[in-house]
Design a protein around this ligand. Structure first.
Ligand SMILES: Cc1cc2nc3c(=O)[nH]c(=O)nc-3n(C[C@H](O)[C@H](O)[C@H](O)COP(=O)(O)O)c2cc1C
Length: 54
């Protein structure tokens, strides 16, 4: 499987984004145990734009 110019191989494993689960430690574990791609949890676009915690 190829997305853009990134080749993931024939049977890639993608970690779903999960609020309060897929934090940095969990993502590192999933990569170590074979995930091809990992995602962070929800982020607030509004908070990013305004540089506030929400
Ligand atoms: C505990 C939990 C938290 C989740 N949090 C998010 C999230 O933050 N953002 C999101 O887009 N989807 C979230 N989801 C949805 C999952 O990413 C995924 O789309 C859903 O579990 C369906 O996966 P499936 O098609 O493999 O069954 C969450 C799912 C679970 C079970």
């Amino acid at each position: 499987m190829k997305i853009g110019n990134i080749e993931f191989g024939p049977r890639p494993l993608f970690l779903a984004p999960m609020e309060d689960v897929t934090d940095i430690g969990f993502r590192h574990l999933c990569k170590r145990f074979g995930a091809s791609m990992v995602y962070t949890e929800f982020v607030s676009a509004e908070a990013l734009v305004r540089s506030v915690n929400a």
